[in-house]
Design a protein around this ligand. Structure first.
Ligand SMILES: NC(=O)c1ccc[n+]([C@@H]2O[C@H](COP(=O)([O-])OP(=O)(O)OC[C@H]3O[C@@H](n4cnc5c(N)ncnc54)[C@H](O)[C@@H]3O)[C@@H](O)[C@H]2O)c1
Length: 255
């Protein structure tokens, strides 16, 4: 028996990184997955690789999470192909690195628009279909930068703190409908978002050598936590922060 048997899951930003790992793991656990992204070729490729192993368990939809129309189409596709929505993983996100005074208004808006407004639109879009299924689980991706400030990341930090607040309010409003809403807080993870030119795995880990686990995460490790929050194993969890950061937010690293 899979841990997500019978569950229909929408995952945003599923063309690569954590979203892709979540899609593979969830399908292996019995879910039918709707993969959304703006990277259509890569997203379709991920869906077809999943279907090779788990026939008819994945579809790809073009979903720019900042577009209400795209959300309507993605939810309609989930209902048409798989008969509903049980889980939403609001995973897609972007980062822009620049000090406050060098962050343009346009750059700031873009990050908030994607990371915060996109998650808001997603939650709104799935409430009705989840109600019809008797409840559901929404997982919103924040970051360690949603727990503490970081030099050079004003927009990203603001967006990821915002996600946590939005999650808590949504959990309070949607709990009576049987819809749980939680925040997943990853620490530094080896994906395209954090990739630096010429870096090896050892370089990545060295950058976090002072923290308790002394390395970056593999995206698969974050997918495991997303699986817990998506599944009925977390049936009494809502409105909460779930951290998987290798101890980065536990305290100041040693000198
Ligand atoms: N990698 C890390 O170290 C790290 C740490 C903490 C939090 N996070 C968060 O985890 C989530 C996943 O990050 P990742 O590392 O896998 O990133 P990634 O860049 O590897 O993948 C992000 C995906 O989101 C998609 N995306 C971006 N904007 C979109 C939009 N408007 N509509 C639809 N899709 C869009 C991209 O096309 C991409 O496929 C993000 O929310 C990120 O902020 C990442």
């Amino acid at each position: 028996m899979g841990r997500l048997d019978e569950k229909i899951v929408i995952i945003t930003g599923a063309a690569r990184g954590m979203g892709e790992e979540e899609a593979h793991l969830f399908a292996r656990e019995g879910a039918r997955v709707v993969l959304g992204d703006r990277r259509d070729d890569e997203g379709r490729e991920v869906a077809s690789r999943i279907n090779e192993k788990h026939p008819n368990s994945a579809i790809y939809v073009h979903l720019d999470i900042t577009s209400e129309d795209d959300w309507d189409r993605a939810v309609a596709a989930a209902v048409e192909h798989f008969e509903g929505v049980d889980v939403l993983i609001n995973n897609a996100g972007i980062i822009r690195i620049a000090p406050l005074v060098e962050t343009s208004a346009e750059m700031f808006r873009k990050v908030i628009d994607t990371n915060l407004f996109g998650a808001f639109l997603g939650m709104k879009a799935v409430v009705e279909p989840m109600k019809k299924r008797g409840g559901g689980s929404i997982v919103n991706l924040s970051s360690v930068q949603g727990l503490e400030g970081r030099v050079g990341m004003p927009a990203y930090t603001a967006s990821k703190f915002g996600v946590r607040g939005l999650t808590k309010t949504a959990a309070m409003e949607l709990g009576p409908l049987g819809i749980r809403v939680n925040t997943l807080i990853p620490g530094p993870t080896k994906t395209a978002m954090t990739r630096r030119k010429g870096w090896t795995d050892a370089d990545y880990d060295a950058a976090y050598g002072k923290y308790p686990l002394g390395r970056m995460a593999d995206a698969k490790e974050l997918a495991e936590l997303a699986l817990f929050l998506a599944s009925d194993a977390s049936s009494f969890c809502t409105g909460a922060d779930f951290v998987a950061d290798g101890g980065v937010s536990a305290g100041k690293p040693r000198d």
